[in-house]
Design a protein around this ligand. Sequence first.
Ligand code: FES
Length: 112
Amino acid sequence: MSENKSYYERHIFFCLNQREGNEDCCARHKAQAAFDRCKSQAKAQGLLEPGKVRVNKAGCLDRCAGGPIAVVYPEAVWYSYVDESDIDEIVQSHLRDGVVVQRLLTPPDVGR
Ligand code: FES
């Protein structure tokens, strides 16, 4: 194996942060359901094999204003998704085929 080969081909992190009180957070926008959907769809596509794709939970990624948020490495592509069909598109287009889903990109100036 080449020393430069990444352990995973692609790695997606979902912010699942839950805040107390009235502060907004990704957990309030069905982030857990999106994470679960991503895992099941990636599995159905055969992407969860060794060396392929890893789907991980994350805490706040500090881009809450664009939430719910997910980020894919190694491309460092940030997504603001809305529903299950968005997740399915990220899985099939980006995680499986390596094609970034332009319509779901988090605007570059969006932060906390
Ligand atoms: S709460 Fe999700 S990015 Fe901050």
